[in-house]
Design a protein around this ligand. Structure first.
Ligand SMILES: C[S@@+](CC[C@H](N)C(=O)[O-])C[C@H]1O[C@@H](n2cnc3c(N)ncnc32)[C@H](O)[C@@H]1O
Length: 242
């Protein structure tokens, strides 16, 4: 079975920031999000970014004054992050985010796992286990920010073919295949080189995480929910450790 790491290594990493509309646009979205929600350092100023990718959250957090530890399994995306971050205080770690406690201090002020990273985990038990570990790893009054796509609502028939992005020489299409607990995400890229169109394809599974289950799981672990916001199918939660 293709796991998330193989999928990013084999296909997705070089197209990732382009397919989302470009690097600067995503940085700006996250800068605005953190500013609007008062995410700025007031305690130790240590932030951990789990599934940091190319840095769409790490870079704005470092600009806001955090010292960031960015963890991801994609070497290529972390290299992009390093290049784009310049001299900002961001340490990158290539590892499974579930091992995050091995790479940070005993406690952090902020832990983020954003941009749909959570759905890359294998099972609800992994998500719940992560919440428990994050709770332990936060300072008192520290916060967790998660955002992910609600995949519990099933698209039907042709709606499952999603035209992600295209331009003169690249066409990126995604096809969704629904399973009970997961969605099989097939990414198909046509890229023109000289006078030929080359097709690349790969798939991975994303977890269908129910929003209400997530709220309940966070509360059960001990978090207080500050923000629970669904916009265009994307759920963002800010949870605090009291
Ligand atoms: C959808 S991207 C989000 C990246 C970034 N947070 C953003 O908003 O652009 C998911 C990221 O999680 C990483 N990832 C997936 N599973 C992981 C795991 N178990 N441990 C570490 N990184 C993981 C992928 O390599 C990818 O960079």
């Amino acid at each position: 079975m293709v796991n998330a790491k193989t999928h990013y290594d084999n296909l997705l990493a070089p197209y990732y920031s382009w397919m989302l509309g470009g690097f600067e646009l995503k940085l700006e979205d996250n800068r605005k999000y953190f500013l609007d929600h008062g995410i700025q350092p007031v305690l130790s100023a240590i932030a951990m970014d789990l599934g940091a990718g190319c840095g769409f959250q790490s870079i704005p957090l470092a600009e806001a004054g955090f010292k960031v530890i960015a963890i991801d399994t994609s070497r290529d995306l972390l290299a992009e992050l390093k290049k784009m971050a310049g001299k900002l205080p961001i340490d990158t770690v290539e590892d499974d985010l579930l091992n995050f406690r091995q790479h940070g201090p005993e406690e952090s002020e902020l832990i983020v796992c954003m941009g749909d990273t959570l759905t890359h985990l294998d099972s609800p038990a992994h998500v719940k286990g992560l919440f428990e570990n994050v709770y332990q790893a936060l300072e008192r009054n520290g916060r967790l920010v998660i955002s992910f796509r609600d995949l519990t609502v099933e698209m039907k028939n042709l709606a499952r073919f999603i035209p992600v992005r295209s331009e003169a020489n690249i066409i990126f299409t995604c096809f969704l295949e629904y399973e009970k607990k997961h969605v099989k995400v097939h990414d198909i890229v046509y890229e023109r080189t000289d006078d030929q169109w080359l097709m690349k394809k790969s798939y991975y599974r994303k977890l269908r995480i129910p929003p209400e289950w997530t709220r309940e799981s966070l509360l059960m672990v001990g978090f207080e929910i500050e923000t629970f916001d669904m916009q265009s199918g994307m759920l963002t939660i800010i949870a605090r450790k009291r």
